[in-house]
Design a binder for this molecule. Sequence first.
Ligand code: KIV
Ligand code: ZN
Length: 519
Amino acid sequence: MAQGQEQEKLIIFDTTLRDGEQSPGISLDATEKLEIAEQLARLNVDYIEAGFPVASQGDFEAVRMIAERVEGPAIAALSRTHLSDVDRCWEALKPAARKRIHVFISTSPSHMESMLKMTEAQVLTETRAGVARARGYTEDVEFSPQDATRTPLDFMIEVLQAAVDSGATTLNVPDTVGYGIPWDFGALIGYVRKNVSGDYMISTHCHNDLGLATANSLAGVQAGARQVEVCVNGLGERAGNAALEEVVMAVKIRSDIFQGLTTQVRTEELARTSRMVARLTGYPVQYNKAVVGRNAFAHESGIHQHGVLADRSTYEIIDAESVGQKSSQIVLGKHSGRHAFSDTLTKMGINIKGDALNAAFTRFKELADRKMDITEADLEAIVAEELGTVATDAFSLEELKVSGGTVGTPQATVAISSAAGRVEATAEGNGMIDAAGQAIQKATSISANLIGFSVSSITGGVDAIGDVVVQLESDGVKVSGKGISTDVVEASARAYLNAINRLQRALVRREAAEREVGP
Ligand code: KIV
Ligand code: ZN
């Protein structure tokens, strides 16, 4: 096996931008994907799977942009075995310094019969053709037999052997439907290792339908896999994929079990990466999420607090700082000037200039007037909000007035500006937040159904900044939007407008794509 030199290294293959983006309701545009990819490069993952270029023009462009601009990790993209898919995949990846084509085809009886309508012989032919085409372009080719854990063993081995013989260098074993149980999945990896000959590395790709994705990935590593496919915050189809932060920290903290195996991930970037992905995808991180949840280092009971004060290791196996979890750190206040503001951002690795910096500074001042201390996490949210707005938004919120209470009908008036000028609209709702949403729909003339709403605070305290996520649906398109403010109604209106802006962009993109395809 090609694991000699890399024996002690575990390759981290991040698929947040491909499988993670397949989470219901997530729709990232190319700029957002680039922002996440740049943070993944800071996190120092080995591979970024940037997308599935043949899926849409938007996916193609996002992969291409990441391949052009992101330095450090190798860039991978997904492709079916069709030769034209492989060609398109290569076209998108071309500008990257290091690139991988990831070819897949389903191998389980259920997928072959119901979806592919292919026989085993046809799947073998497709595998050989797709992998060979990819190998003609690059020496770094990964192959995945989709639904491997429900594929008869003999056939899976036959397909994997065909892939290696045709040029695949990494064999990924996807537990597509999250069916595996750790010892059974570990045995499967051991079986592949023993029965497929040639020069290749084994990879795991575990879904979380039974809540076992991290455990299964680790069992695979224990059995000899030297690559894990993971997503930040465990995003991914349905219940998600193995969480990057969990797998990385398990291998690090239990190096006694993993016998010195290491990843090259800069773990201090984990919390920031998690916050950025949550913000841009609109998928909040559950409070008690391992490693990156806000309560991962919070101690409630007196006995635990006492223990941790005396010696952190009494109740903590991870040093919070080692995963970047010290967000309570106060960085700025209302007296901080522009210089301190931009200096702090630079130290945090955020480089914004010109109009974006001015807009972010104005918003910071507005919030600092209402909130005593601004933390790193608050600053990230402020900058992110302004970057989105300055870059591409069609509408911006000028004013919001609301009235409501236990008597009378709640009402909201908004003033929205766009290239067409300023529009005011008033609407009623079943609460002030609903009224604000209705008024925004009127003012922008974009209507949508609210399908999700959640509110959390970025940091604690009575003056905490509220972080609202809304999900909207219109004409089959689902988007999410985020907004922050010390006032929850204002944060909701901002989130609503942020989602409307995304919806507007998504609808424009869809219209353009329909025009390309023609009648
Ligand atoms: O879950 C899966 O099988 C996948 C493959 C495309 C690797 O995501
Ligand atoms: Zn998957």
